[in-house]
Write a protein that binds this ligand. Structure first.
Ligand code: NDP
Length: 275
């Protein structure tokens, strides 16, 4: 058992959690700014995760990231919830204040937008296609609409895309569209927000929507190009990105919430690429 009283402690909770790169990223941030903090990963119990998280805070934990499958289930733990977490319906960051109160925030959406801006691949009025209607899609829609993008949302189970686009229609231009009706449409940026990459699959989008000008982004990431990135490349896309930058940026926004320092992204990308 780690001694939680010695340093300031942060953690990521999930189940499973072994694959998580968050400790690498956050411990790099702490080293970069010479902070005597430590960030660990904790596999929370599927039934008693609230107890596990509370116990971490009671033992001196200062902040936590939350990942699958708990992001939508920890609202009751928080005394305060940010607007962006409320609107997205999920929490990926917790901060404990000195008075004991816990704040719930969501940095996934702003992290994604920050990564698009970092690569200079998004502009106001851009037409975006988001494929997927799960938690990841839900987390990024609000900041993209606030930024001024027009969103087309599609999903294998169309009904879920329809429900999600209705939920966000008061925040900007968003409409749902079936996979079949995408044929011959043009988008500035296509975002794969499905988990198809996990099973080495590609969502069934018509290939004629991709050309050399289409920017393609897969939220999934791995050690090499994902199948979706290779698929887009094979239909001519020149600018293709994986979700590792989103992961780094959401971590950076969590770090900022905890320490009021926005970490150096280029140094972090460089560090991770050498690991
Ligand atoms: P969810 O389980 O909440 O949603 C999964 C979505 O993927 C659904 O829309 C589902 O469609 C769709 N889907 C699954 N398999 C296929 C397939 N074979 N073909 C087409 N569609 C499919 O997952 P999340 O939204 O949480 O995660 C989605 C992806 O985003 C994952 O790859 C995850 O790793 C990544 N992610 C990356 C982050 C980052 O920081 N880079 C952060 C968060 C997520 P249906 O509704 O029909 O079942």
């Amino acid at each position: 058992m780690v001694n939680l009283y010695k340093n300031k402690f942060y953690a990521v909770f999930g189940n499973p959690i072994n694959h998580s790169k968050s400790p690498d990223i956050h411990n790099f941030f702490y080293k970069l700014y010479s902070l005597d903090y430590k960030y660990i990963k904790i596999c929370a119990s599927k039934n008693f995760f609230l107890k596990d998280i509370l116990s971490f805070f009671n033992k001196g934990g200062k902040g936590a990231n939350i990942t699958l499958p708990f992001k939508e289930k920890i609202f009751s733990l928080c005394n305060e919830i940010t607007k962006r977490a409320q609107i997205s319906g999920s929490i990926n960051t917790l901060k404990k204040f000195d008075n004991g109160n816990i704040l719930g925030d969501n940095t996934d959406g702003i992290g994604f937008l920050s990564d698009l801006l970092f690569h200079n691949i998004v502009k106001k009025k851009f037409n975006l296609l988001i494929i997927g209607a799960g938690g990841a899609a839900k987390g990024v829609i609000y900041p993209l609409l606030q930024f001024g993008c027009n969103i087309f949302l599609t999903n294998r189970t169309f009904e879920r895309a329809k429900i999600l686009s209705n939920k966000f229609k008061n925040f900007g231009n968003i409409e749902s569209i079936t996979l079949r009706n995408l044929s011959n449409m043009r988008f500035n940026l296509i975002i794969n927000a499905t988990s198809s990459g996990i099973s080495n699959e590609v969502p069934l989008i018509p290939c004629n929507i991709i050309n050399k000008k289409t920017i393609c982004y897969d939220m999934f990431y791995g050690d090499k190009n994902t199948v979706f990135m290779n698929f887009c490349k094979s239909y001519g896309a020149k600018k293709i990105y994986s979700g590792i930058g989103m992961l780094i940026h959401q971590a950076a926004h969590s770090f900022f919430l905890w320490n009021n320092i926005f970490p150096d992204i280029k140094k972090t990308v460089n560090f991770l690429s050498k690991k």
